[in-house]
Design a protein around this ligand. Sequence first.
Ligand code: PEP
Ligand code: MN
Length: 347
Amino acid sequence: MIAITSNKTSDERIQEIVQFIEKQGVQAHVSKGEDRTVIGIIGKADPKLAEQLRQMSGVEQVVKISKSYKLASRDFHPADTVINIKGVEIGGEQLVVMGGPCAVETPEQIDEIARLVKAAGGQVLRGGAFKPRTGPYSFQGVGVEGLIMMAEAGKKHGLLTITEVMTPEYVDVCAQYADILQVGTRNMQNFDLLRKLGTIQTPVLLKRGFSSTYDEFLNAAEYILAGGNPNVMLCERGIRTFETYTRNTLDLSAIPVLKQLSHLPVISDPSHGTGRRELVVPMTKASVAAGADGLIIEMHTDPDNSMTGDGVQSLFPEQFANLLVDLEKLAPLLGKKFDTHKEAILT
Ligand code: PEP
Ligand code: MN
């Protein structure tokens, strides 16, 4: 249930309404908008509460919300969430490009790729130090050493960093080195991991499970938000369908649907979404046209010899740079800003 106050309702009155709600043993979540404030009510409320709120001065409307997720929904939080990380805003006007290898391999590899991501105009360096591999004998990532290598490369080249965390025990160490923590598709419903991520403030990029509905996806985000971490972005990375030509089917509809249902930033991953290098460029552009706030794209200096199988979907540095030049032209037509020459203001 949400209670919507009028634009004339004072902050003091809103506080009184909140106190009244909390006295009933449920939580009140206030989302201040430009012309109205939404008070979301979480928990099992007394059936009389809706009527009582309707009678209160300052309350304009009371609406029942049937969705199982609350904090992630636009009903509870009408304005877009903008996550500011050291001066880089995600979810606002700025289009954000995260680029880098599937896995961190060596200090030289990640340093050189960071240099190229920065030179092309990207704002975030991606790279996995802990890799969720389908087979137990495949390369599993270089671990904590990789976090250190990536943090150094990010710092040296003025990029934010994003890396995957797979277990609750590694959340703190990953958060110590990276600016954004990625939850992979296979872990979208690892509830212990989500709960742990709710206890910190480090931004989280939550990837959609490859067989998950939007409802399940938003409920997974809700776990992190409910724990107290408001800095969550949603990432469409392709779902499993009957088609085998592509590795996954990038669900472009997810982008506008998630923007409608939720206030959280939406990022697209055309690399895992297609699994084919030649499709990454067109699907990146399509994602921006569909309203994505950012992209996460695999790029490698030597994709044929990359240590995970993801070389086939990694762009060559020149393709990555050319793509970003195209995005610079496209973004303004689609209500976004992107400047390949802008120095990221890392504060
Ligand atoms: C990755 O980003 O390298 C990755 C493993 O992604 P996903 O969880 O989407 O497969
Ligand atoms: Mn990968």
